[in-house]
Design a protein around this ligand. Sequence first.
Ligand SMILES: [Zn+2]
Length: 127
Amino acid sequence: MLFPVCCKSCKRVFRDKYPRYRNLLADGVTKNDALTQLGMPAEPQYMCCRTHFLTHVEDQSDQHHQVQLARQRLTRIRIQKYQVLQQEEQARRRLAEQPSAPVAETPTIVAQPTLATANPAQPALFQ
Ligand SMILES: [Zn+2]
């Protein structure tokens, strides 16, 4: 059976916490500590929600659901990649269609003042 989206008693949504809960358990954290870390400490107002985590039994449908979610994520990523590639292609076409801008002339190099010509009011030291 799939893990529920929300608590049947208090309607608090916690489906998004389940993957983190599983990861914490896989890391060796106890169920109590994992639920406390996820914001559901062992207090009366969270007991209804904790029950869902503590009594859930994973089966094939859970794994199937995870695989489906992963496929949907992958499809979304592929669509985003395709859109980015299309935008790049459109930008490249727009650049190719634009008449080329006149090439700016290279700036002429102005003679740098030397010690002798830096300040004509003062006598040059090295001549
Ligand atoms: Zn609850």
